[in-house]
Write a protein that binds this ligand. Structure first.
Ligand code: AMP
Length: 214
């Protein structure tokens, strides 16, 4: 199975990607997580990405395409993958198509998760990142625990700069202007599956599995 999880920031792409990844035992590749890890590790990529991300802008296409090319070439992607947060521009989509063609892959589907903007603002304000592993969780996922479910770090949750309200509004604007056209690009190819992201995590997941025929 090869899926591209698509939708506005905060719509639940990461949460659904994690669930699908563990159910089908295929890697969850989040470009946001890769960039946040690079920021944490203070690599050259991280230094370039940090300011762009904290303002809610997009990291340049050539950098993102390079990251995806490298990641998809790893052997754990042979049986499938879930991309979360890529492609985010039509140019990224075109380049991804070229790459998948070279890899003889044609069974990709784009999963479009939709939700109302005000709901999104509320949700993003209600999620936390782990400062150790950089993974993000909803408050519902971490409940009252102070231990990261992924890396077991203690007291490591924080509200990301780009999950603060003014940056969220900017990210939504970037989504409307630069990312939404990607949907039409895949619609023209008949590769879009749509799901309403407004419900509870389990409901959205059930609906998604039904649409995927699983
Ligand atoms: P995310 O966690 O997917 O919301 O990504 C967080 C931030 O990382 C975004 O607001 C962008 O600044 C950057 N980013 C992630 N994926 C991409 C991408 N495919 N293209 C450009 N920038 C990206």
């Amino acid at each position: 199975m090869r899926l591209l999880l698509f939708g506005a920031p905060g719509v639940g792409k990461g949460t659904q990607a994690k669930l699908l990844s563990s159910k089908f035992n295929i890697p969850h590749i989040s470009t946001g997580d890769i960039l946040r890890q690079a920021v944490k590790d203070e690599t050259e990529l991280g230094k370039k990405a940090q300011e762009i991300m904290s303002k809610g802008d997009l990291v340049p296409d050539d950098i993102m395409i390079g990251i995806i090319k490298y990641r998809l070439s790893k052997s754990d992607c042979n049986t499938g993958f879930i991309l979360d947060g890529f492609p985010r521009t039509t140019n990224q989509a075109v380049e991804l198509d070229k790459l998948l063609n070279e890899m003889n892959i044609s069974d990709v589907k784009l999963v479009n998760i939709s939700a109302d903007e005000e709901e999104i603002v509320k949700r993003l304000n209600n999620r936390r990142a782990c400062k150790e592993c950089a993974h993000i969780f909803t408050l519902a996922e971490i409940k009252s625990s102070n231990t990261c479910p992924d890396c077991q770090a203690k007291d490591s949750f924080y509200l990301r700069d780009d999950d603060k309200e003014e940056v969220i509004r900017k990210r939504l604007e970037v989504f409307r202007n630069s990312t939404e056209p990607v949907l039409n690009y895949y619609k023209k190819q008949g590769k879009v599956i749509s799901v309403n992201g407004l419900g509870a995590i389990e409901e959205v997941n059930k609906e998604l599995l039904k649409i995927l025929g699983k």
